[in-house]
Design a binder for this molecule. Structure first.
Ligand code: PEP
Length: 249
């Protein structure tokens, strides 16, 4: 058993209305959230204030993205300074949907991450391979390349949680087996040890994302290098999300 605090993030993506989010917050407020688990939810920007004002304090609020610098003449962007102002503590960076659909590069993702960290926000740093990359035995190569992107900018990894999210598992219902996930998490920890230090590698939370749900979370959470989850679909159901948070016990 590691001494890393279990971490569960809920990525609500581009979902919700004021009404549905009110209901989800009520479900989360009602649920018993395991004390030994750090829990974070990431609503769409527009609903962050609503969620922060109504959600119980033991659950932190994250953003799904950010600008990479202070505010100014950057139409349509949201700066980490603004996120802090409304009570946000964490930001998801490098999600595969932003990499593949929006076209974010490793260097843009790294700049965003470093600026968030410099402002005292935590970063969930996402990485993960596509199915074609896995089939070509390139899983660790792809993950290490994406990690190297972060390494180019990130100066202090204390507030970084690495989220290993195989692209083929995100939103597909096809979860990685506990052993598949463990193998990659162990490789990531080895990379952190080589490139940073054994101490940083031992302290960094590495969480799994990709069709994690209330049924499969317990087996995954038993693996020694899986320190929690980044959850998409199942984060939209309060009781299921609470069950996933409870997988730390
Ligand atoms: C995600 O988008 O980060 C994710 C893990 O989604 P899902 O749980 O729906 O696969």
């Amino acid at each position: 058993m590691s001494n890393r605090t279990f971490f569960v993030g809920g990525n609500w993506k581009c979902n919700g209305t004021r009404e549905s989010i009110k209901k989800l917050v009520e479900e989360l407020n009602f649920a018993t959230i395991e004390k030994d688990c750090e829990v974070v939810v990431a609503p769409p920007y527009l609903y962050i204030s609503q969620v922060r004002k109504t959600l119980k304090d033991e659950i932190q609020v994250a953003a799904q993205n950010s600008w990479y610098n202070k505010g100014g003449a950057f139409t349509g962007e949201i700066s980490p300074d603004m996120l802090k102002d409304v009570g946000v503590k964490w930001v998801i960076q490098g999600h595969s949907e932003r990499r593949s659909i929006i076209g974010e590069s490793d260097s843009m993702i790294a700049k965003k991450s470093q600026y968030c960290l410099s402002q005292g926000l935590g970063v969930m740093a996402c990485i993960g391979e596509s199915l074609a990359e896995r089939d070509a035995n390139k899983t660790t190569e792809v993950c290490f390349n994406q990690l190297s992107g972060y390494l180019a900018e990130v100066k202090d990894w204390k507030n970084v949680v690495v989220a290993y999210e195989p692209v083929w598992a995100i939103g597909t219902g096809k979860v990685a087996t506990p052993q598949q996930a463990q193998d990659v998490h162990l490789a990531i920890r080895g990379w952190l040890s080589d490139k940073l230090s054994p101490e940083i590698a031992a302290a960094t939370r590495i969480i799994y994302g990709g069709s994690a749900n209330a049924s499969n979370c317990h087996e995954l959470a038993k693996m020694p290098d899986i320190d929690g989850f980044l959850v998409g679909g199942a984060a939209l159901k309060g009781p299921d999300f609470a069950t996933i948070c409870g997988a730390c016990t």
